[in-house]
Ligand binder design. Structure first.
Ligand SMILES: [Zn+2]
Length: 375
């Protein structure tokens, strides 16, 4: 045994201590690999699990969004079964908590089983100003349904390009004290749309037969168009950030509240699936950002497995330490979801789950590494 410390938990997995082996007494189990606290999946859409292998890869975001909107409607039984399987898989692969997007209340049944901890992001969208009221009412109803079941929830905007000023106004008061998420800069066309009012998003609204003629580009970057609206949120998760640049991070730093946590959720496998590109991971490291990891949904990923996301990052950015990557996958995500009190690390009293990462090369995660949930 290389590292001669022993993790002691009770039968339910509550952390009691970490002690040197000589003080651990009898009954010590020895595992080959790395022990990690359970993973936090910072961005998922459990309700899209039935779209596994339905949407073609590498088509770009516009075609992807269009396909999800037009092809998401399956029978409820099929949707329920797919969610159950997807959740079971996540559990098996070491995930203990999920930041999960909900556009409807279908996932409520699965979440009530409380197999995993969920922070439910009730997602609202509506680009036409005249639908703001009705879209807000619908989201509020779903939000209430989750809260009434004692599940943690917040109302969140889908993306900067899909929420009208009128709809923003309605949801902003609900951000107070919550964790809020938004899909951010998943394609280069997002900034083009805000800077110039052109590009693929005008094409998307044509495809969706949404009359975009009211829109005037503000000649600012996407992040500048919305970030200040989050000022009363306790925690903000910007998801994807595939085309985020230093100037965006500077703007965020300048306008964030000092007591607010801003996290950048990277979903590399979904980025490769949809846009075939990856975010500038070094940029977030250099800026000392709270980086977290997410899988996105089975519509844009072959699995909901946080270790697979880590493996993709390791391949492209081999210099990042394993320890750093595991922090992104555990404690950083727990902080972002405001679950740090009970998840994310092996601190005494927490019940974070215990994952064994097998097939490692010394302390390095390799292509062959696999997660196994122990507790
Ligand atoms: Zn997403």
């Amino acid at each position: 045994m290389k590292n001669e410390n022993v993790l002691i938990t009770d039968e339910e997995g509550k952390i009691k201590n970490i002690v040197p082996q000589e003080d651990a007494g009898e009954d010590v189990e020895i595992f080959e690999g790395i022990l990690s606290p359970g993973f936090v999946n910072g961005h998922c859409h459990l309700e899209l699990s039935h779209l596994k292998n339905v949407i073609p890869e590498k088509t770009g975001l516009i075609d992807f969004v269009f396909k999800v909107v037009s092809e998401r409607h399956f029978g409820e039984d099929e949707i329920f079964a797919a969610m159950e399987t997807a959740e079971w898989e996540m559990r098996k692969k070491g995930v203990v908590a999920v930041g999960d997007i909900s556009n409807n209340s279908l996932s409520l049944v699965q979440k009530q089983k409380r197999n995993l901890q969920y922070y439910n992001f009730i997602e609202t969208s509506g680009w036409l100003p005249q639908v703001a009221e009705i879209r807000f009412e619908k989201s509020k109803e779903i939000f209430d349904a989750f809260e009434n079941e004692g599940l943690q929830a917040s109302i969140v905007p889908h993306a900067p390009y899909s929420v009208s000023k009128e709809l923003w106004k309605k949801i902003v008061p609900y951000f107070s004290g919550k964790t809020i998420s938004i899909h951010n800069q998943e394609t280069a066309h997002e900034d083009i749309f805000f800077m110039e009012g052109k590009g693929d998003f005008t094409k998307m609204y044509e495809m969706m037969k949404i009359d975009n003629s009211f829109y005037r580009a503000q000649k600012i970057r996407s992040v500048e168009s919305y970030f200040k609206k989050f000022s009363n949120a306790a925690s903000v998760i910007l998801v994807h950030n595939t085309f985020t640049k230093q100037e965006d991070l500077d703007f965020i730093n300048e306008h964030k509240n000092s007591d607010q946590l801003i996290s950048f959720c990277l979903c590399p496998n979904a980025n490769l699936y949809i846009e075939n590109s990856l975010p500038d991971v070094d940029l977030f490291l250099k800026n000392d950002c709270n980086i977290i990891l997410g899988t996105d949904s089975l519509a844009s990923n072959h699995q909901l497995d946080i270790l697979e996301e880590i493996k993709t990052i390791v391949q492209k950015f081999p210099l990042i330490k394993t320890e750093t990557l595991l922090q992104w996958a555990t404690v950083n995500g727990a902080k972002a979801l405001q679950m740090e009190n009970f998840l994310g690390s092996f601190k005494k009293g927490k019940k974070p789950g215990v994952v064994l990462i097998e097939n490692v090369d010394g302390q390095k995660i390799t292509e062959k590494s696999k997660p196994k949930r122990l507790l």
